[in-house]
Design a protein around this ligand. Structure first.
Ligand code: ATP
Ligand code: MG
Length: 360
């Protein structure tokens, strides 16, 4: 029995930020020892919100560099690009035929994105959750390390799996579980701290792992707070900064600034200066590794080729089972004569064919 599988992905919609790292990638790295992990650059998902085709390939490359620089290890994990493994969309189509539209209309990210881009509400956006379900179950993944915003998608995935099994009378897929970090499942935007930090909310609202030190300092200094400690509940902007300080600062920095806040004497400029220094310090090794990888296109290509090949081998196996269960033609080399003949009910295809038709 092989190791259990993990699947997760990020949209190539811009450089990864602290939310992506703390919500997802940090867990990805920890899981690499115990699981067979597949980490995807989900470019088809990237197409569901407005984007520039001319930037897509560069974004995919940058995201690959981000993964590697953050510590995803291609020797242990599979790094791949969604559109390079056509089984993702093939399976999404099939799962789409068992997914009631009402399930998709109530997914919160659908509603949010539809509000954000009212001129860009299309079938692909509605069926985002079906494609995501396909991404996960194609590899029979059991664990999906993600931020909190993805929980409804995981619930939907489990519902789709149950319905597929029920309708076709099979048990092919595990019901995947989300793995959400305890304290960092939802990092908030710096400019609008009621919303989560997101790549598509613009560069000022986030700290990218690849941001140069001056940019990090400037953005933290401009982060939205409030007019000062008021003795009431901490405002979301300040809470977000303290949360980041807890992760990136020293224990002493956190403890003393928090004590000042509680005493009502904290000047936010001091909190921000300390936090900016701490983040800059912590991201230094990432920036160094990133610069090395930028200069090694041959290595990047090797990593992707290898990852796509390994992913595809798993994907093909699952699709053979799925097609069998659904009564579709088998995926034999060049659509093997036996498969086609079987579908046509021809006897010329040999003894196997008619029996195969009946079994379906
Ligand atoms: P986009 O705006 O393009 O949707 P995003 O920042 O939301 O970008 P995704 O590619 O949608 O990033 O998500 C990648 C992973 O990062 C997911 O597992 C998601 O849950 C996680 N994630 C995204 N934003 C945050 C956040 N603010 N806090 C914690 N986790 C996050
Ligand atoms: Mg998102």
């Amino acid at each position: 029995m092989g190791r259990k599988r993990v699947f997760s992905g990020i949209r190539p919609t811009g450089p990864i930020h602290l939310g992506n790292y703390l919500g997802a990638i940090k867990s990805w790295i920890q899981l690499q020892d115990r699981y067979e992990c597949i980490y995807a650059i989900v470019d088809y998902h990237g197409m569901t919100t407005p984007y520039h085709p001319a930037e897509m390939r560069a974004n995919v490359r940058e995201l690959l560099i981000d993964y590697l620089a953050a510590g995803v290890d291609p020797e242990r994990s599979i790094l791949m690009v969604q559109s390079a493994v056509p089984e993702h969309t093939e399976l999404a189509w099939i799962l789409g035929t068992v997914t009631p539209i009402a399930w998709l209309e109530r997914v919160p990210t659908f509603k949010e994105k539809a509000e954000q881009h009212p001129d860009y509400v299309h079938l692909g956006l509605l069926s985002y959750g079906v494609l995501m379900a396909a991404d996960i179950v194609l590899y029979k993944a059991e664990v999906v390390p993600v931020g909190e915003d993805q929980l409804p998608h995981l619930e939907l995935t489990r519902e789709i799996v149950r319905r597929f099994h029920h309708l076709f009378g099979v048990r092919i897929f595990p019901e995947p579980q989300a793995l959400v970090p305890q304290d960092t499942a939802r990092i908030m935007s710096l400019t609008d701290p009621e919303k989560k930090m997101s790549k598509t909310l613009g560069p000022r609202s986030l700290i990218a792992l690849s941001d140069p030190p001056e940019a990090i300092r400037e953005k933290i200094m401009k982060a939205v707070t409030d007019t000062g400690p008021s003795g009431e509940r901490m405002s979301p902007g300040v809470a977000n900064l303290f949360q980041l300080l807890k992760i990136f600062g020293t224990e002493e920095e956190y403890r003393s600034l928090r004590a000042e806040y509680d005493a009502g004497t904290l000047r936010y400029v001091n909190l921000k200066r300390t936090l900016a220094d701490a983040i800059i310090r912590s991201l230094e090794p990432f920036r160094r590794r990133r610069a090395e990888l930028e200069n090694d296109p041959a290595y990047l290509e090797r990593v992707l080729r290898d990852g796509i090949r390994r992913a595809r081998a798993i994907a093909r196996e699952t699709m053979a089972e799925v097609k069998e269960a659904c009564g579709l033609l088998r995926d034999e080399p060049g659509l093997g004569e036996a498969g086609v003949a079987a579908a046509a009910g021809s006897k010329a295809a040999g003894e196997q064919a008619p029996e195969a038709v009946e079994r379906r």
